[in-house]
Design a protein around this ligand. Structure first.
Ligand SMILES: CC(C)(COP(=O)(O)OP(=O)(O)OC[C@H]1O[C@@H](n2cnc3c(N)ncnc32)[C@H](O)[C@@H]1OP(=O)(O)O)[C@@H](O)C(=O)NCCC(=O)NCCS
Length: 172
């Protein structure tokens, strides 16, 4: 595993939103807004206490992580709150230098341990498995195309969440 890069992490709301969009464009390429993850959190605002930026030793913005309030809506019509993690985005020329890991650690540390809300994301299990994410129950649905092997959760005691439901924005 790469050694952590020399970096400074700051709250994302201290960064010009246009620079954040630029990092996301460069990490994900065109069409990122069509992704199912964007549909799940549609209409919500990212959570400032759980969203961070990474600056390199020269104080250039090299990566971002966000988190969003979403819900699993069960078949009985109850909404179960979840934190949606991501995107995690590192500029292409600074990938594999530990910035993503540093951002994931900062966000995990900021989640209130006294009232941990389970986290969900759509991403590569070999990467996010390092941070404790495992496959969501196969009964969980998304409002767009998704690969079940990439729908991942963390921090949920299996008995506390429904085995079936539709993910969507937290509108409570
Ligand atoms: C995926 C991403 C966030 C990882 O951040 P990073 O700073 O590049 O990676 P880190 O330095 O934290 O970790 C590097 C390690 O993760 C591994 N890794 C990186 N991306 C991976 C992936 N998609 N799947 C599996 N392993 C991955 C690397 O091989 C490396 O492994 P090693 O430690 O055994 O050498 C970053 O590469 C990125 O922004 N990619 C494009 C956008 C994206 O796919 N975001 C994630 C979906 S929300």
């Amino acid at each position: 595993m790469a050694e952590p890069a020399a970096s400074t992490l700051i709250p994302l709301d201290q960064v010009d939103p246009a620079l954040v969009e630029d990092v996301l464009d460069r990490a994900f390429g065109p069409g990122r807004q069509e992704r199912t993850a964007y549909k799940i959190r549609q209409g919500t605002d990212w959570l400032p206490g759980l969203s961070f930026a990474a600056l390199d030793a020269e104080e250039y913005l090299v990566g971002t992580i966000q988190a969003w309030p979403v819900a699993l809506n069960d078949p009985q019509g109850r909404a179960h709150p979840l934190i949606m993690v991501g995107p995690v985005a590192i500029t292409p020329e600074r990938q594999d230098q530990g910035f993503g890991r540093a951002l994931m650690a900062a966000q995990a540390a900021a989640i209130d341990p006294a009232a941990p809300i389970p986290q969900v994301l759509i991403g590569d299990a070999p990467y996010y498995g390092r941070f404790g994410f495992t496959e969501a129950p196969r009964g969980w649905q998304c409002p767009g195309p998704w690969d079940p092997a990439r729908l991942l959760i963390r921090g949920a005691a299996p008995a506390t969440l429904p085995q079936a439901g539709m993910l969507g924005p937290w509108l409570g």
